[in-house]
Each structure stands twice: as C-alpha cells, then as structure tokens.
Design a protein around this ligand. Sequence first.
Ligand SMILES: C[S@@+](CC[C@H](N)C(=O)[O-])C[C@H]1O[C@@H](n2cnc3c(N)ncnc32)[C@H](O)[C@@H]1O
Length: 618
Amino acid sequence: MTHYGKPYDPAVKYSREPLAIDVSVGKTDAIYKAHSYHTKVPHLAIVPSILHYTQPGDVVLDGFAGSGMTGVAAQWCGMAPSGYRVELEQAWKKEGRAAPKWGARRAVLNDLSPAATFIGANYNIPLDVEAFAKAGKQLLTAVEQDIGWMYETLHSDGKTKGRIEYTVWSEVFSCPECAGTVNFLDEALDDESKRVRDSFPCPHCSAELNKDRLERVLETRVDPATGQSWRRVKFQPAIVVYAIGKTRYEKAPDATDLATLAKIEALPLPTSVPTSRFPIEDMYHGSRIAPKGFTRVHHFYLPRAAQAMGLLWVKAQAYPDARTRAFLTFMVEQAIWGLSVLNRYGPTHFSQVNRMLNGVYYVASQHAECSPWYNLGGKLDRLIKAFKNYRTHAAGAVVNTGTAAYLPLPDNSIDYIFTDPPFGENIFYADLNFLVEAWHGVTTDAKPEAIIDKFKQKGLPEYQHLMRRCFAEYQRVLKPGRWMTVVFSNSKASVWNAIQVALQQAGFVVAEVSALDKVQGSYRQVTSTTAVKQDLVISAYKPNGGLEDRFVKTGATVDSAWDFVQTHLRNLPVIKLGKNGELDIVAERNPRRINDRMVAWFVRHDAPVPLSSPMPLT
Ligand SMILES: C[S@@+](CC[C@H](N)C(=O)[O-])C[C@H]1O[C@@H](n2cnc3c(N)ncnc32)[C@H](O)[C@@H]1O
C-alpha cells in the first residue's frame, strides 16, 4: 500500500451509483476452471464491478478471497480482449453509462485458509507458462518411469500390456439373513444398463437385499503410520478399466492384477503422505467418515493411490525453481481428492475424474481409483492452454493468510471491496480444506472462521459477531465514500438478517440489494427480509468523512438526520432502467426504506434517533 496505494484525499471527487451484477457468468471460462474451490465466484462476474467502481491502478480488497478470483478480475481489467471491451461498452452505452477506463487494478487478497491462499497466489502471481509446461510433462513422465508398473495389466490375449486408467473398488458387505459376503458392485450393478439396482438377491441365500439392509463389514489391518490395528470398511477390486493405444477395455481383475496389488500393499507408506488425524470431534461431517474407519489423512488412499500421490507430491516439491514448483504443486494438489477413496465410481459417466461429492467427506460403496495420468494428463494440457494468454503483474496482487478481522492495511487506503464471505452453515471451509492443507503441512486456524457450526460451538450470534468484526475491519481500511459489494448466497432469513445487522453495526450503509431474474434477464431489487432463494448482491458504502465530521460537531440533531438522508440520497440512483429501457422503481428511495437506513445509522453511532416517522410511510 505504501508503494502503490493512493492516499485518501477528501478533495478528490468520487461518486458512483450501486451496481447489480450477475454472479453466475463466466463459469465455463478456462481460467475459472483451472482450479476448483468451494462456491467460487467467476472473475468475469466481478470484472464489471471493478470497472464501475475503480480506475486503473486502484487497489481492490477481498478479505474472504478464497481462490483469489477478485484478484484475477482486477488484473484481467488490463488484459480484456477487444471483443469483450466492445461488447461491455455497448451494453453500458445502452444503459446510459460512460465507457469504463480499461487497465489493470491491484488487489489485496486475504483468506483464513492456507489452501485458499495457495490457490489465490498461484492465480495471481506471474507465471512462466513455457517453463511450467516443460516441468509438468517431465513430472508426469518421471512418475510413469517410477511407478508405471503399478498400472500395467494384461489384455485378454494374455500377452499385450494395457495401461490401467482406473480400477473400480467395491465395498464388501454382509447379508443380514445368511451372513454371507456380498460384493456390492458384483451384485448391484446391472452390466447392460450400467445402473446400480435398488434391490438385488443375496448370492448365497437369495434374500432380497438393498443398500439399507446390507451390514457393514470392517476389516482389521495394521495402520502403516502408527503400526496399531486399524478397522476400516472392506473394499475389493471389481473392475479394471485399461487402454491399449486409444481403445479402452474393461475386465475383472485377474491373478496377475491381484499379485501386483499385493506387492504394492507390502511397500512402506511414502513419507510424503500425511498421516495427521482429522479433528473428527470438531467436524460437522466427522460422523460420516470415522465409523467407516477414516480418521487420518493416509486412510483416504488405497495403497497404490498413496504411492502415486506421494510421488507426485515429492516430485513437484523437488522442482528447483520456486515459482514453477508452486505451480506444479497447484496442478498436483488437484489430484488430492481425485486419487482418494472420496472419488466415487459413476458407471454411467464417461469420465471418472474428480467425481467426489462436493462440500462433504463422503466415501461411497463404489470407488474409482484413477491412475495419476488419467487424473492429471488432461489437466496439464488445459492449464497450459488457459494460462498461455493470461499475464499477471509482479505487483498486481498481494496475498495474505489470516482473518479478515485483522488486515495488515492502513486506515482509509482501499478503493473498493468485492467480497463473498461464508454464509452461515452451508460450507465448513476449515474442515473441508483439512485434507489438502495436511499435504501442504499447514492447516486453517478454525477459531476465527466466520461460520455457523454446532460442532465448533458457533451459533448464529457467534457468526454475526465474527462477521461484524470482519466488516468493521473492512470499514476501517476502506476510503470514506467508497463502495463494497457483498455477494450473499444462502436462503435462510436468519442469516440474511445477521449479515444486514453486522453490516450496519460496522458502519456501512446499504444502498441496494439486487437479485438476477434469470427468466427476465434483468435485475430485481430485493426489499423483503424473508427467505431469499437466490444469490443476492449487496451494494454498501462507507459514509464519507463529511457526514461523520459534521455529526461529531453537531451530535444527533434534526439537521443531522436530514444531513444523513441527503448524503444517502446522493449515493442512490435517481432513475433505474429496466431491461427494455423502461423506467423502474428505485426501491431504496422508498421513504420507509430511507427512514430505516437513517435509524440504523443513528443506532450504530449510539445516538438517539432525532426524527420519528409519525405517519405510516409508504
Ligand atoms: C465463499 S468462500 C470465498 C470463495 C471465493 N469467492 C472464490 O471465488 O474462491 C469464503 C471464504 O472465507 C474464508 N473465511 C472464513 N472465515 C474467515 C475469516 N474470519 N477471515 C478470512 N477468511 C475467512 C473461508 O476460508 C473461505 O475461503
């Protein structure tokens, strides 16, 4: 900020109206898809906001930055292709708005999760794509040389070698009637339709079985990390899918396949595979994994997958150049979930890559154990292609790991905030990021995490309190008179109210809440505080110093109330045009609404409200 920030100058005129955006655009963009993250907001959805509220060189902040898409958007304002520019300028012209000033903005990105900031940094720090392409190919080839034998299989002719793409493992249960062993896939999968049948007969006693009736079988093994006995659900290999040239074949594992698997199982667990224990007792989804025997990171990998993931990690980490090393890790870490037992087998799916259930640790009864090349081969090519024409700057973004409640930034220094905080109890980021963070060797400090989670003793009041502290920090660092866009994605009225209260307590004034009407293709202003089913975009501003200074001098007088109203009105649109250019209602100009905002402002300043509304305001 010392080098690149522009100090706040009250004499510099700045005036904007709130802007509604569609947070769902850009989900097919190659850069967006380069690395997944929970509830990722596409950079192309953020770009119009940044163009609207800022100038080239301004500093944009996102304190809950996740995968850093706000930074990507800020930098992308300087690399937008001419086709995009022309289209946006034409659309803005139709709405009576002047063309934006193109050029990169700088970004300050912060997140509590090291897994998130690692992704964010890799998205935002300049990359030598050619160096990465070379290193990525080398890495996959070297892994092939070392452990290629683990993925070899014999074709039905008994001599041609095939390359295993994935092996399907099935959970083994026991029949509640005869206690006979039931291999789930063998019995439930209809070979022709490739569908898993809801019910099927027991192969031993013919009793009618279904998933609910089957009894779980836990087998005792020796934990390769602790040396102690370890009880885990039982898996058996059921199908081997392999390729010869470009042709794909499928077979049941034969004696040679089983011998190879036994040989691999006898190998020691690579030291690069983390063995740390999940904080099961504090995890919302702990009860989904612990009873099946998955309590430590290495438990999530079958022996061959552990060898593969361990080797990929070691090779990426050993690359001499720091920047290429980080990006190789950015690629390799995307196999952490996909090579684990969390990867479900979908018999009707063409690809078995990354088929885990989102937002939860769930080990299904059918697992597709993919080879590293099957999982990552396509990814490497896509990354090279996506990053080829994407050029970030050395001073384009700074990425920090920590709570948004303490940002290492000076007061009144940020030009605009775009943010997508956690919304209540939808996603448990620290828990979900634990698996990836264990590989990195650094995990989230979950204490300041702004979520609702009964397992961490965080209810709605705690969430509201945490959010208020983060918004108060936003208020401290944002320049007076500047804007913040908050994306809200939760359907619970209680969480919505908590957010509104937190915003007001922190000193922000909400100027517009909008939702995209997907059918009409236009934006709707949201005024009701009942449950909201759609993503909402909240536009709020930090009142400028003038209003605050005048209030300090005069206190809560009738004049100060009108002062607030006039200042607020200056931040609201005078007219609003609908999709077809017709005039629309500006909901925030409704007298009751303005009265609400005024009352909230005085309450937040611990001052009596100097004006009452004697008549019902309509
Ligand atoms: C909805 S996600 C953001 C996703 C982001 N928009 C993207 O495109 O990747 C919310 C983020 O807030 C982070 N978080 C939770 N509590 C936090 C806190 N107190 N300070 C900073 N970040 C926090 C979580 O780790 C998570 O990455």
